[in-house]
Design a protein around this ligand. Structure first.
Ligand SMILES: [Zn+2]
Length: 171
């Protein structure tokens, strides 16, 4: 997520200044103890095994509107990441799933301050129906994958899943 730089303290509204802490420049409040650590936000993206392929959702909103991607999203406060992955899958695809394993963790870089946890999951119920964030949802085998898949990291994990992860699958 690209966000503008923080200028004022969210607690006392004083102007933040740059302070070196532990070898890095941080924005810190001169009045109270607030430090803007600027840590990445964790998000999930899930590869759902489905009919020998995987489930992708077609994006209804920017960025990359109309492109396809793995279902996922931001983790809510106090939510376990695997629980969040299953919730996002249900909201976006209508499928109830059991998360089977963590496939990878990666950061896109280029100023996008997130860490993506890639999970694998298997459907346990529900019906494939596009949720509010998706214009379409579909199940794709490797040779059926759409050419317009958003996000480099999603493309890489999907490719690796078909090439190797799916063959190591314990399910
Ligand atoms: Zn402050």
């Amino acid at each position: 997520m690209r966000v503008p730089a923080l200028k004022t303290c969210p607690y006392c509204a004083a102007n933040l200044g740059s302070v070196e802490i532990g070898g890095r420049d941080r924005l810190a409040c001169p009045t109270c103890d607030f430090v803007h650590w600027n840590n990445p936000k964790p998000v999930t993206a899930t590869v759902i095994q489905h009919d020998g392929g995987i489930v992708l959702v077609r994006r209804k909103f920017e960025p990359f509107v109309d492109d396809w991607c793995l279902p996922g999203g931001f983790i809510e406060a106090t939510e376990h990441p695997a629980e969040s992955a299953a919730r996002e899958v249900f909201e976006e695809t209508g499928l109830e799933v059991q998360v089977s394993r963590l496939l990878d963790a990666a950061a896109p870089g280029r100023g996008i301050n997130v860490v993506i946890l890639f999970y694998e999951a298997i459907p346990t119920g529900g019906q494939l129906i596009a949720g509010d964030d998706a214009s379409e949802v579909g199940s794709f085998k490797q040779h059926e994958l759409p050419s317009n898949i958003a996000f480099d990291l999603h493309r890489q994990v999907i490719h690796r899943w078909f090439e190797s992860f799916s063959r190591q699958s314990r399910i």
